[in-house]
Structures are given as C-alpha cells and as structure tokens.
Design a protein around this ligand. Structure first.
Ligand SMILES: Nc1ncnc2c1ncn2[C@@H]1O[C@H](COP(=O)(O)OP(=O)(O)OP(=O)(O)O)[C@@H](O)[C@H]1O
Ligand SMILES: [Mg+2]
Length: 399
C-alpha cells in the first residue's frame, strides 16, 4: 500500500456503484454527515466530559508523528471514508513513540481535517469505545486533539480486516478456511451480543467486513463506532432523520423508513454471513447480470441440498459438510428476513454459531467422510495461512 488519498468518498445512489464501502445518506449529503449524537450514559455529555471520563491516553500530535515515522505512506494500513490508518510503535509503559519494531504496535487513524461532522464522529468513537470493553471489540488506546487535528489510537490488529481476507486476492491474504470463517462469524456475533446486551444497549449500525478486524490468532473484533447509537428501549425503534450506513449492509426497513432497531444490525450480520459463505461481495457490479446483488441471487439456492453448493465459495470446497452449509445458510436467511421481527436476536445467532462450531467433530451425517478427508485440506489451508504471514507483527498491507 502506498499512498493515502484524502478525497472523501461521496454518497451515491446504491444502484450506481459496484463498491460496497460507500456510505449512504438519504438526503444525499456527503460522508461527513454521519449522525453522532449518541452517548453511552443516557444523558448527553459534553465534549470535555467525554474526553475526561474515557480513561484514554491523550497523545500529542508530535508523539503520533514520531510513532508513525511522520505518517509515512508505506505505513498506511488502509483508508476509509474518514481518513487513513497508519501503523506505529509506542512504548507500552510511557506511551511515548518507540523505535519501529519495538514496544507496542498501534494503528493510528487520522481524520480528514476539514469537517465538523468528522469531529463529531471522532467524539462518538471515543464516547463508545472509551467506555465499552469486550474481547470482541477493538481496543481504543487513546486520541489526539490538537488544533484542527483529530486522531484515534487503537491496538494494532495484525491480520487486518475480514474484508481483505474475503475479497482481496494476494499472497498476504490467503482465503480463510471454513473453520476460521465460522470462528470469525462467532466472534463478531459475540461482539454484537455485548453491544445489544442490557449492559451496553447500543445499536452498532456499521456491521460489515471492513469493520471486523483480526488479530494474529484470528480473533475477530468489531471496530468503528462513529455510527453507533444508543439502543431504544425494548420493542421500540429509534427513528433517524438521516439514514446512514453502508450500501448493501443496511436493513431494508431502515433504508425505507429510518426505523432503527437492534434487528437492523442482525440484517447486516446476515449479509456478512452470506458473504463469508459465498466469498462474494453483497453488491458486485463486475458479476454477470442477475448476480450483482448477492442476496437476491443466492436466496433461491440457500435452502436446497442440491443447489447450495452453487453459492458456496469454491475456495473452501470440501471443508464443511452439507449439513453445516445448510445450517449456516439457514441462519443467514433468517437474519435477512424482510420483517425485522422474524429475524433472530443476537443471542440466538450466537447460539446457532456455537452449535455450528461444536458440530465440527462430525455431527453431520451427510458427507461426514468427505468432510474428514477435507479436514486435512482445511488444516493445510490453515497452515498455509500462517505461513503466508511469516512475521506475526507485520502489517498485511505494509510493504
Ligand atoms: N486497529 C487496526 N489494526 C489494523 N488495521 C486496521 C485497524 N483499523 C483499521 N485498519 C485497516 O484500515 C482500514 C481502514 O479502516 P477504516 O475504519 O478507516 O475504514 P473502513 O472500515 O475500511 O471504511 P469505512 O470508512 O467505510 O468504515 C481497514 O479496512 C483495515 O484494513
Ligand atoms: Mg472501519
């Protein structure tokens, strides 16, 4: 990866783009117009209250400049709608910049400087991640607020995003095995279960593969809380004046009416699950006509014992039994129900994924032998994945 372009991706009509990482906004404003009025404690807090109560380290710009070697282009881990993410190093005790390759590895997100809304989103991230802690949420270490500069400092996630592993074709990003896909799905669902729990009561609103990050052991953690909102009390929905999210992942009722509930997140989870099973992006204009929209194309195949293999990613062929594929597909279909009430809640999703992972040792009669045979291949694939990342602290995207 080389450069970090500062051009902001504009909101576009969903039907006009093959990219899935575009933000949507029904009023057609640009990405900087994300809602961010949420707060974890129910009463809104001022900026200074949020920053003071967050227990996060306040970094100077100079520290982060040194830590990232002056935001070197070859330190860029990735770029999203709000800015670039750089790899850096700090001393784990003093939090001062450290020599590259020593101390604690960090990911530094530098927001584009020109927007007030960018600032609000930066604050929303601190508001949530400063208070919410869970093994399946990425750890926010600190922030920097200096003049017009806004930065966020996270733990570095060695293997980058699920998006890279699912859709990028390169030596660094070998396809994930079936077992790893199911593990990542379960981890991400557990992160969401924590967010939806009475303890946190948060609607995430941005569940998608680029926000699911993987550490060296393929533990998955959710990142990016700039769109998160306090969840409404049970049975009620929050009505957004502006619909925000990402094309393809946002639930249809939310797109149509702005009604936001925890079931909107479940829909997005269903989309990601289907992407993991198929290895296809939810919207891909490069596919043949009729296959641009993964959900519409795949639905007829998903319940059929004979036809489900047409949807499954050929790169994991033979690593799962027919029964496992059908169960995972059924779960995805339930999450994708048009009627929000028909979708399972997140605890039901976690349970179903745990059962799927538990069925690993041959509960499936259909194709058990075949699976056994291919499990060896799966292990090999998993070894290959490890071998393709010779330095565990190396960034997958840094040359
Ligand atoms: N903590 C981290 N450790 C390692 N890589 C990271 C980390 N955070 C982000 N990245 C990388 O940087 C990329 C950009 O992240 P960012 O959250 O800015 O945007 P995005 O999720 O890709 O897009 P969007 O702006 O639509 O949310 C990610 O896709 C990921 O590859
Ligand atoms: Mg992100």
């Amino acid at each position: 990866m080389g450069s970090c372009f500062s051009a902001r991706i504009k909101a576009e009509s969903p039907l006009h783009t093959g990219a899935t990482s575009r933000k949507i906004s029904t009023d057609g404003r640009d990405l900087s117009c994300r809602l961010s009025s949420a707060s974890v404690p129910r009463s809104p807090r001022s900026e200074s209250e949020i920053l003071e109560s967050s227990n996060l380290k306040s970094f100077s710009l100079n520290d982060l400049r040194t830590a990232t070697r002056n935001f070197r282009p070859d330190s860029v881990l990735g770029e999203g709608g709000f800015g670039c993410v750089f790899k850096g190093w700090i001393d784990e005790h003093s939090f001062k910049a450290a020599k590259p390759g020593t101390g604690l590895v960090i990911a530094v997100k530098r927001l584009h400087q020109e927007s007030l809304q960018g600032h609000k989103e930066w604050l929303t991230e601190i508001n949530y991640l400063g208070l919410l802690h869970h093994p399946n949420l990425v750890k926010l270490i600190g922030y920097c607020l200096e003049d017009e500069h806004r930065l966020l400092v996270y733990e570095f996630m060695t293997r980058g995003s699920l998006e890279n592993h699912l859709f990028r074709r390169s030596l660094y990003f070998q396809p994930l095995s079936w077992n790893l896909r199911m593990k990542v799905a379960l981890d991400a669902a557990k992160g969401l279960a924590y967010l939806h729990s009475p303890e946190a009561k948060v609607i995430y609103r941005d569940f998608k593969p680029s926000n699911i990050l993987l550490d060296s052991n393929y533990n998955a953690k959710l990142s990016d809380f700039g769109l998160a909102k306090d969840g409404p009390t049970d049975g009620k929905s929050y009505v957004s004046t502006r619909v925000m999210g990402t094309y393809g992942y946002a639930a249809p009722e939310y797109m149509a009416t702005g009604h936001l509930t925890t079931k909107s997140d479940i829909y997005s989870l269903g989309v990601v699950l289907l992407e993991m099973l198929s290895g296809r992006r939810v919207i891909d204009k490069n596919r043949p006509p009729g296959e641009h929209n993964l959900i519409e194309w795949a639905k007829p195949y998903l319940a059929s014992k004979r036809r489900i293999f047409q949807v499954m990613d050929v790169r994991i062929e033979g690593q799962y039994s027919l029964s496992e594929a059908l169960r995972a597909a059924t779960l995805a279909v339930k999450c994708l129900a048009i009627e929000p009430k028909s979708r399972p809640n997140v605890d039901e999703v976690v349970k179903a994924l745990e059962q799927l992972r538990g069925s690993d040792s041959g509960s499936a009669k259909n194709g058990a032998n075949r699976k056994h045979h291919h499990k060896t291949r799966a292990n090999e694939a998993s070894r290959r994945e490890t071998a393709s990342h010779p330095q565990s602290s190396a960034s997958p995207m840094v040359a």
